[in-house]
Each structure stands twice: as structure tokens, then as C-alpha cells.
Design a protein around this ligand. Structure first.
Ligand code: CP3
Length: 343
């Protein structure tokens, strides 16, 4: 099968020769071409210029046996378009200049036309599609509402996002209003990405796992449902909740087509819970910092599990979180080659 054919068959749940593979954060600082690109252009310039974004997205496809490309962009394009001021300091996480703490802060968000100020993202997808033609699958993405809310309130990265979680309980009405506002922008953004040619879209809830099940149900889930209701069945929707094992029984209510599992979730457990959903994952990205032999072994085991539990259907091989900077590219090749040789 050709890469795109394999990827599309997996999305539909049709028979495949073997599960397709793409990797979260497959473009990025572990690749020399990306580091070179970033030596010449700022991060936002790469995201906002379709030609540069495509160059970043293509590098992993040229180097590894992957089945799909993910548009090169970032989840923080949404707070950027809402006027919160998002920057990346050298060697640190994101910084948000105007964090959300009060109702007046939310009222100041520049909601009107927000999606049109992110038009560079769908344009990057169109350009990527024009370059790739029908050779590879194309993924669009956005941040899940809770994770975007967490960055907006906290003002940057954090281990526990205590400002964001405190606000949820101190002023639940404000938190819900913010989550709904974010969800509506995200839904319209994803619709524009689909219009531009995305074959599937992934929602990154990188911090959703911080929440207890009742908090996730009260705050995060309704915002996700707002998005899936708008998108409907136009393309498959994937949800990644890092550290979300304890939330798995709830996540079916989000209305997504499939789940991207982190490395702590057992594949069989998720498959038993969701026999007909698309499942994606879940090699530990830390393994890729080690040696190629352990990557090959883990990849083979996982592919065997996929074969045993669902004949490899409804399965996409991926990592349990994004590739880490400093990952040796030969370990990424070991994973992709192992998948390519599997039957
Ligand atoms: O091929 C790809 O997957 C790249 C596209 C992509 C990026 N960010 C590029 C990026 C994707 C899918 C993301 C998603 C993203 N961004 C998430 C969800 C996935 C996850 O890792 O949990 C999150 C939480 C962010 C927010 C973000 N963006 C952070 C925390 C940072 C700084 C720390 C870091 O990981 O680099 C960014 C910047 C960013 N986004 C970089 C890249 C390649 C590094 C920027 C640089 O210095 O060049």
C-alpha cells in the first residue's frame, strides 16, 4: 500500500498491510534541517509562511518511512490571534503577555475575526497538500480547549498549572465562558483546516491529565463536545490527553473518532474499552533517547499487540507524546523501519 492509502484505510477502519505511522512533533529541533531553518527565521515566521512551514513539515518525510505529514504550526496560534501576546524565549517555554485572570481580561479578548488572523494555518495546509499531492496523509491540529485555557491563565508553561486550576474553582462561570470562547475559535479553525485539505485533525490536550474525572467532565468535556458537534463526521477527529489514563472511560463522550494514547496507557485496556474507535500510540518518547535495539523491540511488541487485538485495524503507530529535542534521528528511523518491515 502507498502511505496515504494506508493512512486513509486506517482512519476508516479498513484492512491494512500494517498500521500506518506518523509521530507527534515529527518536525522539530531534533532535526538538523529544522535547526538550520530556525537559525534563519523566527518560530512564528516559520508558522506564518506557507513555504517555510511546508519545508519544516517535509523534512521528516524525506528522512523516515512515515505515512502522514502534520502541518507545521503550534497550538498557541489561538491565544496569539486572541491578542494575548505569545512569545518563545530562547531555551524556555512559551510566555503569554496578558494572562487571563478576571472577567475584564476575557472581555478584552479579540474574538471577532480571530480565525481569519490564523488564516496562515489553513494556507500552510493547502501548500503542503499541493506539494505532497496524494502521496501522504495530512493531519491538521489544534489545542484542546482545556490545555489552551491552562496556558492562557497561567501565562506560560507550568508543572501543575495551579493558577488555571484555581481559577476553575474560584470562578467557574468565568472559566466556562473562556473555555467556550476558545472552543468556538478552535472549531472554526479546524473547519478551515479541513476545508484546506486535512485528512484528519488531532486535538492536543497535553495538560488534561491534571484534572480529576469530575473536573474533566464539568469543564473540559463540554468544550470538546462543542467542537465535535460542529465538525461532525467531515473527517476523523483524534484526541490526545497526556496522562489521561484515568479519564479514558469519559473520553468516549467527547464525540471524537479516536484516541491518541500516552505511553502509560496499556493498549489492550484501551482497546477493550473502545473496540470500534481508532487508537493511536504509544511508544514512550524517552525510549527514543536510548538505543535503536530497544526501540525496535518495543515497536515490534506494539505492532504484534495491534495485530492480535484488532488485526491491526483502527490502529496508527505513534509515540505516547512528542519527540524530544536531542532524540537521535537514527532511533526515529529504527521505529519507522520496524513498522515498514512488519507484516
Ligand atoms: O511536526 C510537528 O509535530 C510540529 C508541529 C507542532 C509544534 N507544536 C511545533 C513547535 C505541534 C503539533 C505542536 C503542538 C504543541 N505545542 C503542543 C501539544 C503537544 C505537546 O507537546 O504536548 C503544545 C503543548 C505546544 C506548546 C508549545 N509550543 C510549547 C510548550 C513550546 C516550547 C517548548 C517546546 O516543546 O519546544 C512550543 C514551541 C514549539 N512548537 C517548537 C516547535 C518545533 C519549538 C520552537 C523552537 O524553538 O523552534
Amino acid at each position: 500500500m502507498h502511505p496515504r492509502e494506508r493512512f486513509m484505510a486506517a482512519l476508516r477502519g479498513d484492512a491494512v498491510d500494517r498500521p500506518p505511522v506518523w509521530l507527534m512533533r515529527q518536525a522539530g529541533r531534533y532535526l538538523p534541517g529544522y535547526r538550520q531553518l530556525r537559525a534563519e527565521h523566527s518560530f512564528w515566521d516559520v508558522c506564518q509562511n506557507a513555504e517555510l512551514s511546508t519545508r519544516a513539515a517535509l523534512e521528516p518525510l524525506d528522512k523516515f518511512k512515515l505515512d502522514a505529514a502534520i502541518v507545521f504550526s503550534d497550538i498557541l496560534v489561538v491565544p496569539l490571534a486572541l491578542g494575548l501576546g505569545v512569545s518563545f524565549g530562547p531555551g524556555e517555554g512559551p510566555r503569554i503577555a496578558k494572562p487571563l485572570r478576571t472577567g475584564a481580561d476575557l472581555d478584552a479578548w479579540n474574538v471577532d475575526g480571530a480565525v481569519s488572523r490564523i488564516d496562515y494555518l489553513p494556507r500552510a495546509i493547502s501548500h503542503l497538500k499541493l506539494t505532497l499531492k496524494e502521496r501522504y496523509g495530512i493531519l491538521g491540529f489544534a489545542g484542546a480547549p482545556f490545555t489552551l485555557f491552562a496556558y492562557c491563565v497561567e501565562g506560560g508553561g507550568s508543572d501543575d498549572f495551579r493558577e488555571a486550576r484555581t481559577l476553575m474553582h474560584r470562578d467557574p462561570a468565568l472559566a466556562r465562558r473562556a473555555l467556550n470562547t476558545i472552543a468556538d475559535v478552535v472549531a472554526d479553525l479546524l473547519l478551515a483546516e479541513i476545508q484546506a485539505g486535512a485528512d484528519a485533525v488531532q486535538l492536543f490536550d497535553s495538560w488534561g491529565g491534571l484534572l480529576a474525572p469530575d473536573e474533566y467532565r464539568d469543564f473540559a468535556l463540554p468544550a470538546l463536545q462543542r467542537i465535535t458537534a460542529k465538525i461532525g463526521k467531515q473527517v476523523p477527529t483524534l484526541l490526545f490527553v497526556r496522562g489521561g489514563h484515568h479519564l479514558m472511560p469519559l473520553l468516549g463522550e467527547s464525540g471524537v473518532t479516536g484516541f491518541s494514547l500516552d505511553w502509560r496507557t496499556e493498549w489492550e485496556v484501551a482497546r477493550k474499552m473502545y473496540p470500534d474507535h481508532l487508537l493511536q500510540g504509544n511508544v514512550d518518547p524517552i525510549l527514543l533517547l536510548g538505543n535503536a535495539e530497544s526501540v525496535r523491540k518495543r515497536t515490534r511488541e506494539l505492532l504484534e499487540t495491534m495485530k492480535r487485538t484488532s488485526e491491526g485495524r483502527h490502529c496508527i503507530l505513534n509515540l505516547g507524546h512528542g519527540i524530544l529535542p536531542g532524540t537521535p534521528p537514527e532511533n526515529v528511523a529504527a521505529l519507522c523501519d520496524t513498522a515498514a518491515e512488519f507484516s
